[in-house]
Structures are given as C-alpha cells and as structure tokens.
Design a binder for this molecule. Structure first.
Ligand code: P70
Length: 477
C-alpha cells in the first residue's frame, strides 16, 4: 500500500482536520471530586501524583503507558488466547508482527519495557563500559547502571533548551559521539542506546538522516545500535511530515527503514503498540538472541511468553498492525498538537516544538521564584491536580534522581511537568479542560511556593517520594 491510498479524510481534501478514525463503542464513567477532597487526597499521597488513587483523578494524563483503549479487534483477539505454557500460537503471531513491521529477525517477549531493558543491559553491557544515548530515560539508565555501565548523554544541545524549535531535537550530536569514541575507545562502548522520540526531551524525534549517519559512524567503529522503539511509530510520523523525501512514504515504510539502520530494539508495547501490558526485545544477531532467550527464562518466563498471557500477545500482535496506520498516528499526534496549540495561544511556557505523546510544561517558566531543590515541576503537578483533578507527571529534578558519584541531585536543565495523552481515550473537550486548568494554574503562579522532599526511596525515587509544602513543613513536628 502506498501512502496516498492511506490518506485521511482531512488530508484527501487538503484540510487540516485530523479526526479520529474510529467511533466509541464502550465508555468508562469518570467524575470529579470536590476541591476539599482533592486537597485531602493529595496530602495523603504526599504531594506525589504517582501515589494518588485513580478514583480521585478526573482526567488522567499521568502517562500514555498502558492507558490506551484497545479496539474491538483487539478485544476479540483476547478471546483467541492460547494459554499453552510453551509454543502458544499467539507467540508466533506476535513474532510475525514484529518481523513484518519492525523488520528484526528474532524476538523475545517481556512483561513490559523495563523487562526488556534488563535483559538487554545484562547481556550487552560489560561492567565498566559506557553507553551513549540521546538523553537519559529513567528506567533505561538505571538498567545500564545496574549492569555496571555508565550512561553518557550525546543528544544535541538544542534538546536541553525548551524554546529551541529545531524539528529533530531527538538527534544525536555526531561530534559528541565521535569524541566519546576517541576518548574511551570503541571497545569500551557497549552500544549506542537510541530512542525514537525522546521522552524526557519532550517527545522529540530523530531524523532519518541522523540515524543513517549514526549507522556509518558505528559501522566504522564496530559499535552496535539498539533502539528504544517505545514511541518509534510517532517518530516515523514526524519524519513523514517534516523530513524531505518522506511525504509520500507510509508510516509503516518509514518505521521499517529506520529500524533497518539499527541492530535491534526494545519495546514498551504499552505505548505505540496499543496494549495495556506487554513488551518485547528483537535483534538480528542470532548469538545475542540466544543469550537473551536464555536469560528471559530466569526473569520473565519461557521464551515463547516472556511474562505475558497468550491473550496479551494476541492483542499486542493486532495492536502492532493498528499502530502503524497513517490515519491513526495522524489523529493521535494531532490531538497532542491541538492541546499544545491552545497553550501556545495563551503564551503558556511549554517545550517546543510540540512532541508526539505529551505536552511538557516548562515549570521554570511558571515558577522562576522556586529554586530547583524545591522541585518546581512537582509543585506544578500538585497545583494542576488541586485545580481540576487533572493528573500530570513530574519530569524534572525529582525524576533525574541523584548522581551515583556525588550523591547530589542531578539538577537537569529541563524542569518539566508532563501532560501525557493516552491513545484513543479522551476527546477534544477533555483537552479543553486540561488547557483551561493549565491556564488557571499559570495565572496563579506568583502565589505558589515550593515543596520539601520528606521521604526519598533509593531507586527511581519519583515513583514513591513524598513531599510537604514548604510553608507547612514543621507544623507536624
Ligand atoms: C512513561 C512510561 C516507559 C518507558 C519509556 C521509554 C522511552 C522505556 C520505558 C519503560 C512509564 C514510566 C516509566 C518510568 C518513569 C515514569 C513513567 N515510560 N523507554 O510514562 O517501559 O514502563 O513498559 O517498563 O517511556 O513515560 P515500561
């Protein structure tokens, strides 16, 4: 199929519209609790939106992970689960879908993305090696570190500036990568850890030109490239609409071309692949696959289910097919763009350009008076929830954690609050509510004060950390 046969209604008529290519068949009621109840709920949750009960949330923009709506075909597929311990037919359907749409030869299923990160890191990183990548992701970097590796950020500088409008802010800086190779030697580099649309940078894409150049550099030095394909379909969409020569190629064609420049990929299927749980790891090298297949039985399950039920693998195989449909991706990214453009019209500080899966509010722009060790992005998530029951996620100093060497906060350049949009779940009217709450909180920004962290877990602290408003600290002591 060529891209022209896949054009949406809006595109065919040269209109801007990006209406969803589906209608709603089942609904789940949601409701908004009172402001008094929200204040109590947030206090009980230690001012951390990860610790709220979902029943106390009105519009849940915490994450786009596992929160999407499955299609009627996927639900029908759930009834086709073959729950045999070994050799389930759904495994072969999943393997076929990964081979067909991503192009890798060998696939191991995992329970979710971090299961795949664990297996890859333990297998492909030797203690003491470096792992360059286009900005850190929390779980990815932790798995590098747990395997004895050291992550090195080689993303272009523009990615750290929320106002730089370069269209491919996910790109690797080739000079940074080459200097690292020169400095430490190719043998001390485990692999290049490349993410398609960079989550922590604001959902920013990598260009096809960049991955081609990376392939060349890595071929010259014998370094492998592994792709975090979690949101690579959305990356393919940005290539289609922004990179010369790709306007007439389908998302599916672009996805496969991009993946062909890499040696393998890991996946949190809870995002692009439209399932509530699942992941996979796929590589071309048989020996590496053999090692991964041997490790998956220790941590996840047999290599033909990897922690998933047969029915989950079936829904995932169908999800992969649906994920690469051009009209689906256009409407998905279009909804994110709709929310972002409302906020830009109101001059709210957000990361630009607008990315694929979420709007990232620039918390420094909201609260220049709150120092970074009083967690402005955490403050912003709390304020949004208090205003309207909209749940967002901190992506700043709390998420960045502590430097293992110095023990100090990492103080990242980006201090962001993420409004992630689940796939096929909310309507345009819900986006209006989200935009309005952001505006209200922005209008009240000068009266807002910081937070103190009163409980800090060792790993991935953002999930379970607890806070108190600074003006309240001491009242309980
Ligand atoms: C999110 C989720 C998960 C994720 C990801 C990328 C680019 C790997 C994974 C891991 C969930 C999350 C995870 C850690 C902190 C906060 C939120 N991202 N690579 O909301 O996959 O969750 O399936 O193990 O975005 O962005 P998984």
């Amino acid at each position: 199929m060529t891209a022209s046969t896949l054009k949406t209604f809006g595109q065919q008529l040269s209109r801007r519209s990006w209406a969803e290519p589906w209608k709603i068949k089942a609904v789940e009621p949601i409701h908004m609790i009172t402001q008094e109840e929200r204040l109590r709920a947030l206090g009980e949750a230690g001012y951390n939106t990860f610790l709220l009960r979902s029943e106390d949330v009105y519009i849940d923009l915490l994450t786009d992970s596992g929160t999407g709506a499955m299609s009627d075909r996927q639900w029908a597929g759930m009834m086709m689960g073959d729950e045999s311990y070994a050799g389930s037919k759904n495994f072969y359907r999943l393997e076929g879908a990964v081979q067909n749409y991503y192009g890798y030869q060998h696939m191991v299923p995992t329970h979710q993305g971090r299961g795949a990160e664990h297996l890859l890191s333990q297998t492909a990183i030797k203690s003491g090696q470096y792992v360059p990548g286009n900005m850190y992701f929390t779980t990815t970097r932790l798995h590098h570190e747990l395997a004895g590796g050291t992550f090195v950020d080689v993303i272009i500088d523009q990615a750290h500036d929320p106002n730089d409008e370069y269209p491919f802010k996910g790109n690797v800086d080739l000079d940074k990568l080459e200097s690292l190779i020169k400095e430490v030697g190719a043998e001390n580099i485990a692999y290049l850890s490349l993410a398609g649309t960079v989550n922590m940078a604001g959902g920013q894409p990598v260009s096809m030109a960049n991955v081609r150049q990376l392939r060349e550099i890595c071929d010259r030095s014998g370094i492998r490239i592994f792709l975090d394909a979690t949101r690579m379909v959305e990356n393919a969409y940005f290539i289609q609409v922004q990179e010369d020569g790709y306007a007439d190629k389908s998302i599916a064609e672009i996805l496969k071309e991009f993946c062909s420049c890499t040696d393998g990929a890991w996946m949190s299927a809870k995002k692009d692949n439209l399932v509530n749980i699942g992941g996979w790891l796929a590589v071309n090298d048989f020996d590496l696959f053999d090692a991964l297949r041997n490790l998956v039985v220790v941590y996840e399950g047999l290599h033909t289910y990897g922690g998933l039920a047969g029915r989950d693998m079936e829904a995932l195989a169908i999800g992969i097919e649906e994920a690469v449909q051009d009209d689906h991706v256009r409407s998905r990214v279009g909804q994110v763009l709709y929310l972002g453009e409302l906020l830009l019209d109101w001059k709210i500080p957000i990361v630009k350009p607008i990315g694929g899966h979420a709007i990232f509010l620039d918390a420094r722009g909201f609260y220049p008076h709150i120092p970074q060790d009083q967690f402005p992005a955490q403050v912003l998530t709390a304020q949004l929830y208090l205003d309207s029951g909209v749940r967002a996620m901190e992506r700043g100093n709390v998420s960045a954690g502590r430097d293992p060497q110095t023990g100090d906060h990492r103080y990242p350049a980006l201090e962001l609050t993420r409004l992630a949009i689940p796939r096929r779940v909310y309507t345009q009217a819900h986006m209006d509510v989200a935009a309005e709450t952001v505006k209200t909180v922005h209008d009240a920004r000068q009266q807002t004060s910081g937070l103190k962290m009163v409980y800090e877990p060792k790993n991935l602290r953002f999930f379970q950390a607890r806070f108190e408003p600074l003006d309240m600290v001491g009242q309980h002591e």
